[in-house]
Design a protein around this ligand. Structure first.
Ligand code: GLU
Length: 448
C-alpha cells in the first residue's frame, strides 16, 4: 500500500440526519489521513435534488464539529455541475459514452450510457483482498440523465479523480459499485485509487444494524444523551478494528497514532451500546469536578429549582452523582425520580416503609435509638468509612437489613438511595442526626 500524499474523503449524501453508522466511515477516513499526514476531504453528495436538504448537510457538519473530526477541504456536488459536464462530454467525444433512449419506454427520455468494454476488472481491496468482477453483465449502464444531470457513479469517479483521492474507504455496501467506477475512471484516464471496503456494523440482536435498531439515532442525539465525543470516537473506532493489544480506552491522538487500515477486520463488528456507556464512564471519570459540573449544566436549572437547593450541598453530592452516572441521561433520571431532593429538603416520614420486613416497629425504634446514641457520642472525623466502622459491627450483630434499612430510609425517605454511610457523610452530622431523631419520634407516636 502506498501511503505518500494520502488523500481520503467522506462523501455523505445529505438526505437525512447524520447517523451513527456514518461516524465510523468518517472516522476511519480521518484516522487514516491523519496517521499518514495526508488530507481529509468532506464531500457533500447532494445531487439528488429532491432528497438532499441543506439542514441535513448542516447537521452533518455540526456532528463532525462536535466530534472534533476536522477536515481540510469541503465540496458540494451541486456546485460542480460544470466539471461533471466536461467529463461527460469527454467520454462522449472519446466514444466511451453515448446518448440513448431510456430503457423505460413510456417516458421516452434520453439518457447517457457508458459504453461498457465488457472487460474483467480485478482489484485488491485493502480489507477484503483480491476481487474479480466480470463487468459484462452490467451492460451499458447509465451515467447521466442529461449532460447537466450526472448520476452517482459518474460524480464519484470524477470527484475522486479531480480531488486526487488516493484511498477510497467506505462501507461494504459499496463493493458492487466499484467495478462500474473503475470502468469509468479508466475511460477518463484517472489514476485508480486504493479501495478499502470496511465491514458492516452489526446489530446486537443479529443482522446488519439498520434504522429500525434503537441505537441508530442521529449522532447529535448521543450528545444529548451525555455521551462525550471522545468516548463515541473511541467506541466507534473499535467496531471492526482494534490496536492488537488489550487497550480499550484510546484518545483521538492515540487512535491517529495506532490506526492501521490493513488491520481492519473483514467481518462485521457489533454495536454494543453497553460498551459505549462503559467507555463514556471511563472518560467521565477523567473530568475534573469543574468540568463535570459543566457537563451537568443543561439540567442544573431543574436541580437549582429543587426546594432547599444550595450549591454547598450540591458540591457535597457531586461525588455520589459522579459515581452513579454513566451518561447525562442517568442524571436526568436521578432528578426525575427525586433522587436528589432529599439532600436539600427533609424527606416525608413514613412509619410503615421504614421498618424492615423481618423487624417490628419496636425493633426499629431500638436500632435507630442505638445508632443515634453512637453517633451523638462519636467525635472522630465524619466520613463514610469511619461511620461504617462505627456502625457496621452493630448491624452485623442485630441484622443488617433490620438496622441499615431504617437508617438509610430515615436519611433519604427512599427505598432506593446510596448506602447509609455515604448519606450520613454527605448530609453532615447536624442534618443526619435530626432526621434520625425525627423518625424515632414519629415511630414512637405511630399507631402501628
Ligand atoms: N454518497 C455515497 C453514500 O452516501 C457514498 C459514496 C462513496 O463513498 O463512494 O452512500
Amino acid at each position: 500500500m502506498n501511503t505518500d500524499n494520502v488523500v481520503t474523503r467522506m462523501a455523505p449524501s445529505p438526505t437525512g440526519k447524520f447517523h451513527i453508522g456514518s461516524v465510523r466511515t468518517t472516522l476511519f477516513n480521518y484516522l487514516f489521513a491523519r496517521h499518514n499526514k495526508g488530507k481529509f476531504i468532506i464531500r457533500s453528495e447532494d445531487t439528488d435534488r429532491e432528497r438532499s436538504k441543506p439542514e441535513y448537510e448542516q447537521n452533518m457538519l455540526d456532528s463532525l464539529a462536535w466530534l472534533g473530526l476536522e477536515y481540510d477541504e469541503f465540496y458540494r456536488q451541486s456546485e460542480r455541475t460544470d466539471i461533471y459536464s466536461t467529463h461527460i462530454q469527454k467520454l462522449i467525444d472519446t466514444g466511451s459514452a453515448y446518448e440513448a433512449e431510456a430503457s423505460n419506454d413510456d417516458t421516452h427520455k434520453k439518457v447517457i450510457r457508458f459504453k461498457n468494454p465488457n472487460s474483467k476488472i480485478t482489484f485488491t481491496d485493502l480489507i477484503l483482498g483480491d476481487i474479480e468482477f466480470d463487468t459484462t453483465e452490467l451492460g451499458d449502464f447509465v451515467i447521466a440523465r442529461t449532460i447537466d444531470t450526472p448520476i452517482y457513479h459518474l460524480t464519484v469517479v470524477v470527484d475522486d479523480g479531480v480531488m486526487g483521492v488516493t484511498h477510497v474507504i467506505r462501507g461494504q455496501e459499496h463493493i458492487n459499485n466499484t467495478p462500474r467506477q473503475i470502468l469509468i475512471l479508466e475511460a477518463l484516464g484517472f489514476k485508480r485509487p486504493e479501495y478499502a471496503h470496511i465491514p458492516l456494523i452489526m446489530s446486537p440482536r443479529g443482522g446488519k444494524l439498520s434504522k429500525r435498531d434503537p441505537e441508530v439515532i442521529p449522532t447529535l442525539e448521543y450528545k444529548d444523551e451525555g455521551i462525550l465525543p471522545e468516548a463515541l470516537l473511541n467506541f466507534m473506532a473499535f467496531i471492526g478494528w482494534n490496536p492488537g493489544d488489550d487497550r480499550e480506552i484510546m484518545s483521538k491522538e492515540e487512535l491517529v497514532e495506532e490506526f492501521n487500515l490493513l488491520k481492519v477486520q473483514k467481518g462485521g463488528g457489533v454495536f454494543n451500546i453497553e460498551k459505549l456507556y462503559w467507555i463514556n464512564k471511563q472518560y467521565l471519570t477523567k473530568l475534573s469536578d469543574d468540568e463535570f459540573k459543566e457537563y451537568l449544566k443543561p439540567e442544573m436549572k431543574t436541580v437549582e429549582s429543587i426546594s432547599g437547593y444550595t450549591e454547598e450541598m450540591f458540591d457535597k453530592i457531586l461525588p455520589v452523582i459522579r459515581e452513579r452516572i454513566h451518561a447525562f441521561s442517568d442524571f436526568r433520571e436521578m432528578i426525575k425520580d427525586g433522587e436528589l431532593n432529599y439532600y436539600f429538603i427533609e424527606p416525608e416520614l413514613d412509619s410503615e416503609k421504614i421498618t424492615w420486613k423481618t423487624s417490628t416497629k419496636e425493633d426499629t425504634v431500638r436500632h435507630l435509638s442505638h445508632i443515634l446514641e453512637m453517633l451523638e457520642s462519636y467525635t472522630g472525623d465524619w466520613n463514610s468509612d469511619n461511620l461504617k466502622t462505627l456502625i457496621f459491627p452493630y448491624a452485623e450483630e442485630a441484622g443488617k437489613g433490620d438496622v441499615l434499612w431504617p437508617l438509610r430510609f430515615s436519611l433519604s425517605g427512599k427505598e432506593k438511595s446510596p448506602d447509609p454511610f455515604t448519606l450520613l457523610e454527605v448530609l453532615g452530622r447536624g442534618i443526619a442526626l435530626k432526621r434520625i431523631q425525627a423518625n424515632v419520634e414519629a415511630l414512637k407516636k405511630s399507631p402501628i
